[in-house]
Design a protein. Structure first.
Length: 93
C-alpha cells in the first residue's frame, strides 16, 4: 500500500506552524480549542482513510473508473467531502 505524500506533509506543516507562529503556543487550551483540535485530527485521519480506500479509482479529473462500495463508501456517499468539512470546522474552532 502506497501512502500519499500529503498524508505526511500536512501534519508536519501544521505542527511547524504551531511551533513557529508567534503567540500561538502561549494561548490557553480551553475546552473549545481542545474540541476543535480533536475534530480536526479525527476529520483528517478519516479523510486519509477514505482517500486510501479509493485506491486506483482516485483521479484528479472526473473519470468513472469503477464504483467503490466498500469501507466508508458503503455508509457515506462522499466521505472525503464530509471529513474535509469536519476537519475545516475543527480548525475554525
Amino acid at each position: 500500500m502506497r501512502i500519499p505524500i500529503p498524508a505526511i506533509v500536512v501534519p508536519i506543516v501544521i505542527l511547524l506552524l504551531y511551533l513557529f507562529v508567534p503567540g500561538l503556543k502561549d494561548q490557553p487550551w480551553t475546552a473549545l480549542r481542545i474540541l476543535g483540535a480533536v475534530l480536526a485530527i479525527a476529520g483528517y485521519s478519516m479523510f486519509v482513510t477514505a482517500r486510501l480506500q479509493l485506491g486506483k479509482s482516485f483521479s484528479v479529473t472526473p473519470q468513472a473508473k469503477e464504483l467503490v462500495t466498500g469501507g466508508l463508501y458503503s455508509r457515506i456517499r462522499n466521505p472525503i467531502y464530509v471529513f474535509v468539512d469536519v476537519m475545516i470546522f475543527g480548525s475554525i474552532l
